[in-house]
Design a protein around this ligand. Structure first.
Ligand SMILES: Nc1ncnc2c1ncn2[C@@H]1O[C@H](COP(=O)(O)OP(=O)(O)OP(=O)(O)O)[C@@H](O)[C@H]1O
Length: 354
């Protein structure tokens, strides 16, 4: 999220983030007073049962959704607006969003230029080369990603560019994050033990509420201290997920936390957090430092729209020029349909006239 040259200096504090959707008849709280800190270089895994509110929380944390009035997001004590957050963060969607006709290098370069439209070509080349190296994509950097008609990168190589995380992806992203002081927040489903261990910290959510935040290795002692315990050969995250999944009333839930499971988990967490104490506070930033970090190489308003249009136009031209057959067929179909419709309308007009 926040990029910095000094990996230990920056901390983002998310305070009381709530998000309520209002329908015609009622309102529903999708995220409920979530407060947590994330340090520069931290890799945070967000886990929770389906519909726990993971995507909503990530949207709030990255400025894609506006949180309710009582919330706030602070960088080393300075309040950030949703606009600031948008400029500071990059969001990778769950869905595959790769254009098959572009190479890995072109894909990364286009993403970087969209995020920082005014940076010099030499900077883009240098950063893209660095990321390609970090992701282990050097051997296939200039290979097209691939379309249904043309084979390109392998599935594993593609996953290093898209959002589907595996151990090697997370490991590469983690080392980039540590080196560059980037904060990585990722929603993950059923990670393997080794994948999860690549993250530095873990957030557990259920019904929009924060149920645990700590080091990945803290979860086991937390479950032991709260009396839930752990099951031999079962990862602590699986035990926690079973407890937090309210879709099914499981035996594990009624046995271990017989009353309101989520409420009990939350109050255990509050007590555990108090006992563990809070980490050291980061130094305050001056207003000018903050302005420098947030604005950086960014451009705003019409210039941004104009530069984005140019970059997307270049990408579209590249895509069309490499996919002439598919687009040629499509154009022919549209032309045929238009002629047919025109013919029909013309024919109908003549019938009425007769
Ligand atoms: N705009 C909206 N209006 C009403 N309900 C919504 C809206 N957006 C999300 N929801 C509901 O909020 C809940 C949380 O959604 P969210 O996508 O954040 O969960 P999630 O934990 O990411 O789920 P999953 O793991 O299944 O992707 C879901 O029940 C979803 O249907």
């Amino acid at each position: 999220m926040a990029d910095s040259s000094d990996a230990t200096t920056y901390m983002l504090s998310f305070s009381n983030l709530s998000f309520t959707v209002k329908t015609k008849y009622a309102s529903k709280r999708l995220t409920n007073n979530v407060s947590l800190d994330v340090q520069a270089g931290e890799m945070l895994a967000v886990m929770g049962p389906s519909t726990a509110g993971k995507s909503t929380l990530l949207d709030l944390m990255s400025g894609r959704k506006r949180y309710d009035a009582e919330g706030g997001i602070f960088l080393n004590g300075h309040s950030l607006s949703t606009q600031d957050l948008k400029l500071l963060s990059s969001f990778v969607e769950q869905e595959d969003a790769l254009l098959g006709t572009l190479t890995a290098r072109e894909t990364l370069s286009c993403s970087l230029r969209l995020a920082m439209p005014k940076v010099k070509t030499a900077f883009v080349q240098q950063r893209v080369n660095h990321v390609i190296e970090m992701l282990g994509l050097k051997g296939c950097a200039d290979m097209q990603i691939g379309t249904p008609l043309r084979r390109g990168l392998s599935g594993g190589q593609k996953r290093r560019l898209d959002s589907t995380a595996a151990k090697e992806v997370i490991a590469s992203v983690g080392s980039l994050a540590r080196k560059e002081g980037i904060m990585v927040l990722a929603s993950i489903h059923q990670p393997s033990f080794t994948t999860l261990n690549e993250f530095t910290s873990l957030v557990l959510l259920s019904q929009g509420s924060l149920c645990f935040k700590g080091q990945v290795t803290d979860l086991k002692p937390f479950l032991l201290e709260t009396g839930v315990g752990t099951v031999p050969f079962v990862p602590p995250t699986d035990t926690a997920m079973q407890l937090l999944n309210t879709d099914f009333g499981t035996d594990v839930q009624s046995e271990l936390l017989p009353m309101d499971t989520i409420q009990q988990f939350k109050s255990h967490f509050a007590r555990w957090q108090d006992a563990s104490g809070t980490g050291s506070a980061p130094g305050l930033l001056s207003t000018s430092d903050l302005a420098q970090i947030v604005k950086g190489e960014q451009v705003h308003g019409l210039t941004r729209i104009w530069l984005h249009t140019i970059i997307l136009g270049e990408r579209m031209t590249l895509n069309y020029s490499r996919n002439l057959l598919a687009y040629g067929v499509r154009t022919a179909v549209y032309a045929g349909e238009t002629t047919r419709l025109f013919d029909q309308c013309w024919g109908t007009k003549h019938v009425f006239a007769a």
